[in-house]
Design a protein around this ligand. Structure first.
Ligand code: F6P
Length: 356
């Protein structure tokens, strides 16, 4: 059986752990298996770049961040655009057939899954694997990479506490997640943030300032705010993404985080700084938890290949590993429910979500 494997979209910890888990399963359980490592995500499948992998390529990579295969972003909406009488999808189908692949494993996030569903509808034997620090893939409790990013983002929030407390400042930590707030929610609670701002709960700057002042009046001269990259202020709630960005530019604030810092400074008199950990959150070694689930996810994808269960994606449900149909989950988003138990319990201990 000849199986192609690619990693697509933003890199994250544990991609290599999944690749290794799959390869170990495949070499032990699938007869005459050959693994084609496709370079740079769908980019390699489009442009015909791959390497026939050897067993040793999969050794010593469990704890290595990034991806040994390379990755790229190939937007879903460009997949079917015709250029020179062909499309990216057609090129991918052609290469899959030319290489004689029996199956294709796509490790990636929401966009990757949409393209995987497209390839599956074209008749390719595709299996998706749920990767993303955003944890927003529909139908799985957790995605690999998420908990490693939670650990890093939590440490970032931890570490700014000392400066905030020593100087009596408010520090806003901008956490990755341009659409959903899972990472900010977990890291915010894990890092002891006083205010957590998520895309799913548009916040009022007034409520944020009120919380900062309440803390100051209660003798806590500092506050820590965890804000998601994609957070939304109430005044922007009805705007489309592009309109929001234009409005922010017009107001002279490159990001909402910067604007919030300025407003808190002006409205409360508390010195307010910002901190953007950025790609640190996606970098480095996977956590032990991610290594464990990724080994399991990779092996399960091997099992799906062996059993011929294609057009599927691996999912975690409680402590069980299972799969969904690609067609059922592609294009859907796993938002943070506004009444999620974590939010309710955070509110019960006085954490503000800027909506009160
Ligand atoms: O999807 C993962 C993610 O890290 C998002 O949280 C973030 O908004 C985006 O990728 C950043 O992507 P890039 O590294 O391509 O700028």
């Amino acid at each position: 059986m000849r199986i192609g494997i690619l990693t697509s979209g933003g890199d994250c910890p544990a991609l290599n752990a999944v690749i290794r888990g799959f390869a170990k399963y495949a070499y032990s359980n699938i007869k005459n298996v050959e693994i084609y490592g496709i370079a740079d995500g769908y980019g390699g499948l489009i442009n015909g770049e791959y390497k026939v992998m050897k067993r040793e390529d999969f050794s010593g990579i469990l704890n290595i961040g990034g991806t040994i295969l390379g990755t790229s972003r190939q937007p879903f909406k460009k997949m079917t655009i015709e250029e020179d009488n062909t499309t990216k999808v057609q090129k991918m189908v052609a290469n899959y057939k030319k290489w004689g692949l029996d199956a294709l494993l796509t490790l990636g996030g929401a966009g990757t899954h949409k393209s995987a569903a497209l390839l599956s509808a074209e008749g390719l034997n595709v299996i998706g694997l749920p990767k993303t620090i955003d944890n927003d893939i529909y139908g799985t409790d957790v995605t690999f990479g998420f908990h490693s990013a939670v650990d890093v983002a939590t440490e970032c929030i931890d570490r700014v506490h000392t400066t905030a407390a020593s100087h009596g400042r408010t520090i806003i930590v901008e956490i990755m997640g341009n659409k959903v707030g899972w990472l900010t929610l977990y890291a915010g609670i894990g890092g002891g943030a006083d205010i957590i701002l998520l895309p799913e709960i548009p916040f009022s700057t007034k409520a944020v300032c009120k919380k900062v002042l309440e803390r100051a009046e209660a003798g806590k001269a500092f506050s820590i705010i965890a804000i998601a990259e994609g957070a939304i202020e109430k005044s922007e709630e009805k705007l489309k993404k592009k309109e929001r960005e234009a409005l922010r530019r017009e107001r002279g604030d490159t990001t909402l985080t910067n604007r919030l810092a300025r407003e808190i400074n002006e409205q409360t008199g508390v010195e307010t700084r910002t901190m953007v950990p950025g790609h640190i959150q996606r970098g480095g070694s996977p956590s032990a938890y991610d290594r464990v689930i990724s080994t399991q996810v990779g092996a399960y994808a091997g099992y799906l290949c062996k059993e011929g269960k294609f057009g599927t994606t691996v999912a975690l449900s409680g402590d069980k590993i299972t799969h969904n149909k690609l067609a059922d989950i592609a294009g859907k988003t796993k938002w943070v429910p506004v009444d999620h138990p974590l939010i309710l319990s955070a509110k019960s201990i006085g954490i503000s979500f800027g909506d009160d």
